[in-house]
Ligand binder design. Structure first.
Ligand code: C2E
Ligand code: MG
Ligand code: MG
Ligand code: MG
Length: 288
């Protein structure tokens, strides 16, 4: 850092380093306050049933995605604070809030007479392995009245691989209660697939990086096709992430992916807008 000296010496660089570190400290303190003050919000992105008949898109469920409504910075996306929360351990209380809030939202979104809505919640490995997690999930379900069959816990492939020995029995316990487990960002973990034999999972979320290449890229299409086929033969549900174009959706449907999720249908939206996506007809008000 500033090793070549120059006419400004280290004085040019130190203030920057200093302010970067300060900025992180400030953000961490802010994040603790955000939790207490209720500045975190959930947005919901629908997962769509990929039916072969070209019918109107059907919402199968939603993924809850956390945002920080910061008083000065506006709506902060998770990429700017989830890693920080993971480092500082704040991810555990934050994740508890997300879980409880998402379960309540699913119950709110459920319209009478409509098939049960699935609610997906992202879970960091630190949460999963924190003492009492299985009970915490059971309590969130009991308190909200959500059926375990409606809850999907998403764990990234990378974090699964980091602690498969510890994680596998926990996933087994959760699954025994009827909750489903999804592997998030599937295909980005650069690892042996043998873990699929040992880990009790239900859903593969095919990472956007594969979905991006299904149209007009022969190699890319083959790769995505192989992942979807593998999911099918292992009796796993597949969700294609980051679907942005109708050609991609058509291709994924033909390839046999179960669900799609992406800007093509909707960005993650606040609860009221998520409810509107489920409204039986335009103009019908849904109470949330
Ligand atoms: P993820 O779980 O893989 O979520 C999907 C991300 O892709 C979301 O970004 C979503 O907005 C984005 N996305 C969906 N469709 C499209 C599309 O068509 N095009 C593009 N370009 N992007 C699309 P988001 O909300 O910024 O979340 C980023 C990541 O932050 C999530 O990736 C997840 O790993 C993490 N995250 C979000 N909420 C939570 C949470 O409550 N707990 C934990 N532990 N992690 C969370
Ligand atoms: Mg996810
Ligand atoms: Mg993902
Ligand atoms: Mg992702």
């Amino acid at each position: 850092l500033a090793k070549d000296g120059g006419k400004h010496g280290t004085a040019v660089y130190e203030p920057c380093l200093h302010s970067a570190a300060l900025e992180r400290l400030q953000l961490r303190a802010d994040l603790e306050r955000a939790l207490v003050e209720g500045e975190l919000v959930l947005h919901f992105q629908p997962t769509i049933t990929l039916a072969d008949d070209g019918a109107v898109p059907t919402v199968h469920g939603f993924e809850a995605l956390v945002r920080w409504q910061h008083p000065e910075r506006g709506l902060v996306p998770p990429v700017h604070f989830v890693p920080l929360a993971e480092e500082s351990g704040l991810i555990v209380p934050m994740g508890t809030w997300v879980l409880q809030e998402a379960c309540r939202a699913a119950v709110t979104l459920q319209l009478p007479g409509r098939p049960p809505i699935a609610m997906s919640v992202n879970v960091a490995v630190a949460q999963l392995t924190a003492p009492g997690f299985v009970q915490l999930v059971a309590d969130a379900l009991a308190d909200s009245g959500l059926a375990p069959q409606q809850l999907v816990l998403e764990i990234t492939e990378t974090s699964l691989l980091a602690g498969a020995d510890v994680v596998a029995p926990l996933l087994g316990q959760l699954r025994a209660t009827g909750i489903r487990i999804a592997i998030d960002d599937f295909g980005t973990g650069y690892s042996s697939l043998s873990y699929l034999r040992d880990l009790p999972v239900d859903v593969l979320k095919v990472d956007k990086s594969f979905v991006d290449h299904v149209v007009g890229d022969e190699q890319g299409a083959s790769l995505a096709e192989a992942i979807i086929a593998m999911g099918q033969s292992l009796h796993l549900t597949t969700v294609a992430e980051g679907v942005e174009g109708p050609e991609q959706a058509a291709w994924l449907t033909a390839a046999g992916a179960t669900y799609g999720q992406g800007y093509l249908w909707s960005k993650p939206v606040p609860l009221v807008e998520a409810a509107a996506l489920l409204a039986p007809a335009p103009g019908v008000a849904v109470q949330v």
